[in-house]
Write a protein that binds this ligand. Structure first.
Ligand code: FES
Ligand code: FES
Length: 240
């Protein structure tokens, strides 16, 4: 197959002239200005939240529906830790750089320090406190009622101080469910956003590989919710 250059006949009509480009740009800018002005006018008419106003948010938290009135500026991390007393989700950097605050929102790993509580509206939220119950609901809980990742972390000594551990476990559970734990290299790549100041990485990776072997990957039909997991994989690939 011969590659065609942009200057070949068929492409010529698509190449904009300088005059055409400037005319088009000016027209687009005019349209955008009009849209912007209309948007500003609508925004001025819309009632604004006064400082101190609260917004109501309803979501499922570890299997139970909750409704809370929250400050629109409050993060999910603060709501869960300070409002709900779920202190298993840790505060590290508050800047999306350490992964200590990872939880699951609709089955996907999310940094709760960068998520507003108001964004949880209608979502299914799982914290480390609810992970074992979620595993039981999926039919993958261990004999002692833990998520296989939790059990593997214990058996592999996947922690020292333990501060990063809840975030590591939540990320690992999602990485396995999304089908990104086929090798140690892949686990290291997909969990690179979870930092461990104690450098327990070799044990953490070993634990994730053990848990993957226990649960199975979505690709090989592993896990009681393989269809659900495969759906997640397709969703992630579609969005990529
Ligand atoms: S506390 Fe959220 S990424 Fe560090
Ligand atoms: S075990 Fe200490 S920060 Fe990871």
């Amino acid at each position: 197959m011969t590659r065609r250059r942009a200057s070949d006949d068929g492409q010529r009509g698509l190449a904009p002239s300088r005059r055409g480009f400037l005319t088009g740009t000016a027209a687009a800018a005019g349209g955008l200005t009009a849209q912007f002005a209309a948007g500003e006018a609508a925004a001025q008419e819309a009632p604004r939240a006064a400082p101190g106003d609260l917004v109501e948010v309803t979501f499922t938290l570890n299997g139970a529906e909750v409704t809370r009135a929250v400050d629109p500026r409050r993060t999910a991390l603060d709501l869960l830790r300070e409002g709900e007393g779920l202190t298993g989700t840790k505060v590290g950097c508050r800047h999306g750089q350490c992964g200590a605050c990872t939880l699951h929102v609709d089955g996907r790993p999310v940094l709760s320090c960068l998520t507003l509580a108001a964004q949880l509206e209608g979502a299914e939220v799982t914290t480390i406190e609810g992970l074992a119950d979620a595993a039981a609901a999926e039919g993958i809980a261990t004999a002692d009622g833990l998520h296989p990742v939790q059990r593997a972390f214990i058996e592999r000594d996947g922690f020292q101080c333990g501060y990063c551990t809840p975030g590591q476990i939540m990320s690992a559970a999602a990485v396995i469910a999304e089908g990104h734990a086929s090798s140690e290299a892949e686990v290291r790549e997909y969990m690179s956003g979870n930092l461990c100041r104690c450098a327990a990485y070799p044990q953490i990776v070993a634990a994730v590989m053990d848990a993957t072997a226990e649960i199975g990957t979505p690709q090989d039909g592993g896990g009681a919710r393989a269809d659900y997991h495969l759906g997640l994989v397709e969703q992630v690939e579609d969005e990529a």
